[in-house]
Design a protein around this ligand. Structure first.
Ligand code: COA
Length: 375
């Protein structure tokens, strides 16, 4: 058996930012327009007027201050309220592959690797822009990687589940090295017309290079172990899918064809699930919370992370022990914990232990325990 290690990560950050102030202004203009159009229904009591959103609420409820998106104009246009992306020809790279490619090149450069060193590409993301061919195979082709590639989707936990799949193949020797990419265009499945959730998501892509620790060219993180778990829940759900047109009303502009969640229930049910998962994983590896130097958590909500951080470490985490990036990026689904890891891990000392944990729809939770090695 080989030992697996993370030797490089990369982040692609879109160039356009939406602040909470811009978001709220657009939403409120949309709400005013709809309320104006439905004035008679509102007077007749058959339509509940849409209420305004608030910057103050968004920051207090989530900790989010802004988000990056692939198209700001469409999202902020009160007559549109979704991203408008350029129509691409089948002969040119798709938008998800293009975002993944940027992150992948950065991860490969950090690992000191080229396409020739990689045997597997996994595209692990919560949404895939088409049914087939796989985005991962497109990324493989664009980079000139031999071997094989596949897509997988475990919603917000996709990255850690992808890492576990790659690690297991590296351990057994079926591959030498893997590239796991997480292109997330969350603006495409977010319902920007719903004030309960319009602030939640942002767009990004991350990439992780994993290979045999013995072959690592520089500083790296040895993967001590990984652990994944799932439990079915309808509390985070999106009904969009390939059978849409075959169902009555399937192609209507239906609320359930975008991201839906019962936020309060998610909070109540996911927190104990994740806290227990991390505790069990650490116990299995005989690691005490006092030994853990860093937690790179899924980035959905600040109070959620504060709670999990305190449970996992047995103390209130110092800001550098449990770095958050959600204030800048919002929830970027599977990519969140990898952005936190990529931006806040360089300073760790030889032998330091850290844990990546992602969680979300499914429900799903995945954790990866890492040990720092410096050359
Ligand atoms: N502006 C102003 N008020 C708003 C608002 C907005 N944008 N959105 C909701 N509100 C109102 C609600 O209508 C509600 O009013 P009411 O008390 O009169 O009914 C009140 O604010 C509280 O709303 P609620 O949804 O209960 O807030 P919350 O404190 O639970 O925070 C979330 C909402 C979504 C931030 C929070 O539940 C959460 O983060 N849950 C987990 C999310 C998660 O991890 N999801 C995983 C996705 S992958």
């Amino acid at each position: 058996m080989f030992t697996a290690a993370i030797t490089g990560t990369g982040v692609f950050t879109p160039s356009q930012i939406i602040t909470n102030a811009e978001l709220v202004e657009a939403f409120n203009a949309y709400a005013d327009r709809i309320n104006g159009e439905r004035a008679d229904d509102i007077a007749a009591g058959t339509f509940e007027p849409l209420q305004h959103s608030s910057e103050d609420f968004i920051f207090k409820a989530s900790g989010i201050e802004q988000r990056y998106v692939m198209d700001k104009a469409g999202v902020l246009n009160p007559d549109i309220m979704y991203p408008q992306l350029r129509q691409r020809d089948d002969g040119e790279p798709g938008i998800m592959a293009e975002m993944a490619l940027d992150a992948a090149k950065k991860a490969l450069a950090q690992a000191g690797r080229t396409a020739q060193d990689i045997d597997l590409v996994i595209c692990a993301a919560s949404n895939l822009e088409r049914a087939y061919p796989a985005i991962a195979i497109e990324v493989q082709q664009l980079l000139g990687i031999k071997g094989f590639a596949f897509d997988m989707n475990v919603a917000c936990s996709s990255a850690t589940f992808g890492i576990q799949a790659a690690v297991d193949m590296i351990r057994t020797g079926s591959i030498r090295a893997a590239l796991v990419v997480n292109p997330e265009i969350c603006s495409g499945h977010l319902e920007w017309r719903d004030r309960d959730c319009h602030f939640i998501f942002g767009d990004v892509a991350t990439a992780t290079v994993l290979e045999r620790a013995e072959a690592a060219k520089g500083d790296h993180f040895e993967v001590l172990s990984s652990s994944c778990a799932t439990e079915f829940s309808n509390n985070i759900r999106n009904n969009n899918g390939y059978l849409r047109r075959s169902r009555p009303d399937g192609v209507e502009d239906r609320r359930d064809m975008q991201f839906m969640q019962n936020g309060r229930k998610v909070f109540k049910e996911v927190l104990p699930m994740v806290s227990q998962h991390i505790a069990d994983h650490m116990r299995k590896e005989d690691i005490d919370s006092s030994e853990l130097k860093r937690l790179w958590l899924h980035q959905a909500n600040k109070s959620m992370n504060d709670f999990i951080g305190k449970k996992a470490l047995g103390r209130r985490p110092a800001p550098d022990e449990q770095p958050n990036i959600l204030q800048d990026y919002a929830n970027t689904s599977s990519a969140g914990s990898i952005i936190a890891f990529s931006k806040h891990s360089d300073d760790m000392a030889e032998g330091d232990l850290g844990l990546i944990c992602s969680f979300g729809a499914g429900y799903s939770v995945g954790s990866v325990i890492l040990r720092r090695h410096r050359t």
